[in-house]
Every structure is written in C-alpha cells, then in structure tokens.
Design a protein around this ligand. Structure first.
Ligand SMILES: C[S@@+](CC[C@H](N)C(=O)[O-])C[C@H]1O[C@@H](n2cnc3c(N)ncnc32)[C@H](O)[C@@H]1O
Length: 221
C-alpha cells in the first residue's frame, strides 16, 4: 500500500477505535450467531497454541482466543486501536506491539497460529502474493493461518462503492459516528473467487462460508 493511503487508512482506524466494536454488536441475531460460532471454532483451533495476531484492532478475537492459547503477540498499526485492546482482560500472556502487518518485526517461523481478522478485504489485490509470503514466513512447521472477513452485502446501498482503481480494488464510503466520510479499500469475494486466490499458495484446511462472513484455516502447501 502506498504511504499516503496507509496514513489515510490509519487515520480512519485510529479515529474509529473507540466505536469500532459496534460491528460485533449490531442488532442482528443471525450475524451475532455467525460470529459466536466462529469464536467456538477459533478457540478450539487456538488450544495451547503460540499465536501471532496481525491487525488485532480492539482485541475482539485476542481476548477470546486468550482463553485457550498459550501465548499471544498481538500487533496493529494504530496505537489508538492498541490502546482499546489493552483495556480488555486476557487469560494467557499477551504482548501488544505497534507494527505494520506488511513488515512484521517478528522472528521467522515463530508461531503455531497466525490470526488476521477482517483485514483481507482491505488488502490491495496487487499485493496478495507479498502478503501471503509474509504470513507463511511467520509459521512454524505445521503452523496455520486463520482469517475471517465479510461476504458481499446484498446488492444496493450497502455496497456504497466509490469506484474501483486500475487493479480492480473496490472502494467504499465509510462514516464515523461524527459523520466524517472516508473512502476505504474493501474487496468482497464469493466462495469460488476466494478459493482461486488462495489455492496457489495454501492448502485450504477449511473454508466456512456463512451468510454474512467467511472464515478460512490455511496451511503451507
Ligand atoms: C477492520 S479492522 C480489524 C480489527 C480486528 N482484527 C478485528 O477483526 O476486529 C482493521 C485493523 O487493521 C489495522 N491496520 C490497518 N492497516 C494496518 C497495517 N498496515 N498494519 C497493521 N495493522 C493495520 C487497523 O488499525 C485496524 O485495527
């Protein structure tokens, strides 16, 4: 991602830090159930694992996996997000770190499980290969990667697209509670297109495609 875009996006997430978790508590029981189901799957996957989490945000997933993991290093680019995350309670040792997920300052081959929640939709498609190499480099042998993200919304207003760039990345209008407007890169995937993107780089251990969210568990090929 270009430096200007990264700074703009960081500004958006930093300003949104205190209101970010609203996405998890929308008044929609089906959405809530899908997230709760994922928490159960993830906690089981994380059992006794040494975890690196990139773009951890407010620590929504961090606090939940801390109930089963052995240790976690959770990182995010935004200090405001990290500040929110540090207000939570954790059940295993958790170290927080400010870091760009594209240049993670971690030892190679140092985790059993790598978490990347609600980030992949924001990754520019021209950078997938580089991102995948970075993620794989952090895994111990037999290590796994877990990702979750949004499915395409129903056609209509929810798309709020502000256009596409020359690579085909979609941009979407986003508003903070104070109505400040941002245009944020947000790509959506149908199951087949997601498989096509991932299969050249990973074994797909599981791909759960629900109504609102998809999640994957990946291993090295
Ligand atoms: C949609 S939020 C996801 C937060 C969290 N993973 C979750 O699932 O709730 C995206 C997060 O990515 C962080 N972020 C944006 N660019 C980043 C970068 N280059 N490196 C690390 N984190 C970044 C933002 O600060 C924000 O916390």
């Amino acid at each position: 991602m270009r430096k200007n875009d990264l700074e703009k996006q960081n500004e958006y997430y930093s300003k949104r830090a205190s209101e970010y978790e609203q996405i998890y508590f929308r008044d929609n029981k089906e959405r809530r159930k899908e997230i709760d189901n994922e928490v159960v799957r993830l906690k089981s996957l994380a059992q006794d694992k040494s975890i690196i989490e990139l773009a951890c945000g407010t620590g929504y997933w961090t606090t939940r996996v801390s109930e089963t993991a052995s240790q976690i290093i959770a990182s995010d680019y935004s200090n405001d997000m990290l500040e929110e995350a540090q207000k939570k309670t954790y059940h295993c040792p958790v170290q927080f770190l400010q870091a760009d997920l594209h240049e993670p300052p971690f030892e190679k081959a140092s985790c059993d499980l790598l978490l990347l929640g609600f980030w992949f939709s924001h990754e520019p498609c021209q950078d997938y290969e580089k991102l995948f190499e970075t993620l794989l480099s952090l895994l111990k042998p037999n290590g796994k990667i877990w990702m979750i993200d949004n499915n395409p919304p129903a056609e209509g207003d929810a798309y709020q697209t502000t256009g596409q760039d020359k690579y085909g990345n979609n941009y979407k209008q986003r508003f903070l509670d104070d109505k400040t407007e941002y245009s944020i890169l947000k790509n959506y995937f149908r199951e087949e297109s997601l498989r096509k993107i991932l299969e050249p780089y990973f074994e797909i251990e599981s791909l759960v495609h629900q109504k609102y969210y998809w999640s994957v568990v990946l291993t090295a090929k």
